[in-house]
Design a protein around this ligand. Structure first.
Ligand code: SF4
Length: 454
């Protein structure tokens, strides 16, 4: 039985693609191995969103190319493969096959071709119409699984290469999503994390008018075994009142809003070709707060977009003060070739971008600390992830009075980006417990004695 090793880089959407490929190979008789050195084939699923991601992907490809054994095959998949196609094989001759973002479902046939001596490059942009992701091999903790509800993007954001790589927006059908949700629940998933480039756009290309995503949430809510449904990557131009109502009304839907906004100043948003303006964004934030008391809100912003002035930064700083979001990620603008923003005048110097980023981070820090402080004293339901060792430098260690504790997340924390809750008590990975929050650091909460729910 030939063995294949996977290296999955980039975002959760890429991870789902890797999991689909792994399952397809497993069903075709391939053994999966974590050991790239002994594998017959190594597949590297790459990211090409911004320069640092491209650099990481390139580095990993070169490392594996340098270590490649005689008779071993090296395959490059994902966004970098889609973007540079045949060039990859020219630049790195050790690469035997290239499979882009719409062709990965044909991984089995591609590997067969490679084993018969061909050097295939498959770069279809549009994935198979039904996005049939089953079977899928989930690599995250058993109780949490990502569920991709759509692929591609129709928005014209001038800094972004994704629509060129992933094609136009295609929603999966309700039936296909429900079938996958049931399969994930049967495999032990308790938390589903819905992802897409623009999750709130779901259904529009399938003729759903208003409230498509709200109706999808209602259907997913009925899936036995699923306790939490988390939505990531909402887009301010497609969030509808129906969605906010559904998030408020359906108890399994996490009271968590993740909406990348990128900027707040109208001139910057216009230059980015992003919808509306900061005032409208505040209205959306307010609508979530009014309908979903205690909702946790997260966003991301780009700092140093071409043409950004001190006045724009000041505006964003004040906006953050007014919005009082719980958590915010800041990224310096990355000049991506083949995007409209790359050729805009008045590019901002790297040093200035970094200075502005620090300034905005400081401004948000106060809001984030206030948001954390507001939660202290509350009892929250936590999905337990694992037992963790607490570093001696961690300020929460003294409060816990122990060098290790359970780590979990409430509805207010998404995995990988938000930190979580540390507590001592009676618990087990994959179970729910109620934890009373006693304190916090800049990232995590610390909680008291847990009540095991099951
Ligand atoms: S919404 Fe904008 S930033 Fe997000 S993937 Fe689409 S084009 Fe890129």
């Amino acid at each position: 039985m030939p063995a294949v090793a996977f290296v999955s880089l980039g975002c959760a959407k890429n991870l789902v693609d890797s999991e689909v490929m792994m399952a397809k190979l497993g069903a075709a008789g391939w053994a999966l191995t974590p050991d790239a050195a002994s594998a017959d084939t190594v597949v590297i699923n790459t990211c090409a969103f911004i320069d640092p991601a491209k650099a990481e992907s390139t580095e990993v490809i070169l490392e594996h190319a340098a270590r490649k054994r005689r008779g071993q095959q090296l395959i490059v998949a994902g966004c970098l493969a889609q973007r540079y196609g045949e060039q990859l094989q020219v630049l790195v001759p050790e690469v035997d096959g290239v499979v882009g973002t719409g062709a990965y479902a044909g991984i089995v046939e591609l590997l067969e071709d490679v084993r018969s001596g061909l050097r295939p490059v498959r770069l279809t942009r549009e994935a198979e119409p039904e996005h049939d992701f089953l079977p899928r091999l989930v690599t995250t903790a058993r109780h949490t699984a990502y569920l991709k509800i759509a692929e591609g993007c129709d928005h014209p954001c001038t800094f972004c290469i994704i629509p060129q790589l992933r094609g136009s927006f295609r929603s999966r059908s309700v039936e296909s999503i429900l079938a996958e949700a049931r399969a994930l629940a049967a495999g032990g998933a308790k938390e589903l994390i819905l992802i897409a480039q623009d999750s709130s756009m779901w259904g529009r290309d399938r003729g759903e008018r208003r409230g498509g995503l709200a109706r999808l949430l209602e259907r997913l809510h009925e899936v036995d075994g699923i306790e939490w449904i988390r939505l990531l990557y909402l887009y301010p131009g497609t969030v509808e009142p129906e969605l906010i109502e559904a998030m408020a009304a359906l108890p399994k839907v996490c009271k968590y809003m993740d909406m990348p906004l990128q900027h707040a100043h109208p001139e910057m948003l216009r230059a980015m070709l992003r919808p509306s303006n900061g005032e409208r964004y505040l209205e959306i934030v307010q609508a979530f707060r009014e309908r979903i008391p205690g909702v946790t809100m997260r966003s991301t912003f780009i700092v140093g977009f071409p043409g950004e002035t001190e006045e724009h930064v000041e505006y964003l700083e004040e906006w953050l003060e007014r919005a009082q979001l719980d958590r915010v990620g800041f990224f310096t603008y990355s000049r991506e070739e083949d995007t409209p923003a790359a050729s805009l005048p008045n590019q901002v110097a790297e040093k200035l971008k970094r200075r502005r980023l620090m300034r905005l981070r400081d401004a948000q820090h106060r809001a984030s600390q206030a948001a954390r402080a507001r939660r202290v004293g509350q009892t929250v339901r936590v999905l337990v992830e694992e037992q963790r060792r607490i570093r001696s430098s961690d300020p929460l260690r003294a409060q816990l009075g122990a060098a290790s504790a359970w780590f979990g997340r409430s509805m207010g924390e998404a995995p990988g980006v938000d930190g979580g809750i540390l507590f001592r008590g009676n618990a087990a990975a994959g179970q729910f417990v109620d934890v009373t929050l006693d304190g916090h650091s800049a990232f995590d909460f610390v909680g008291r004695e847990a009540v095991l729910i099951g």
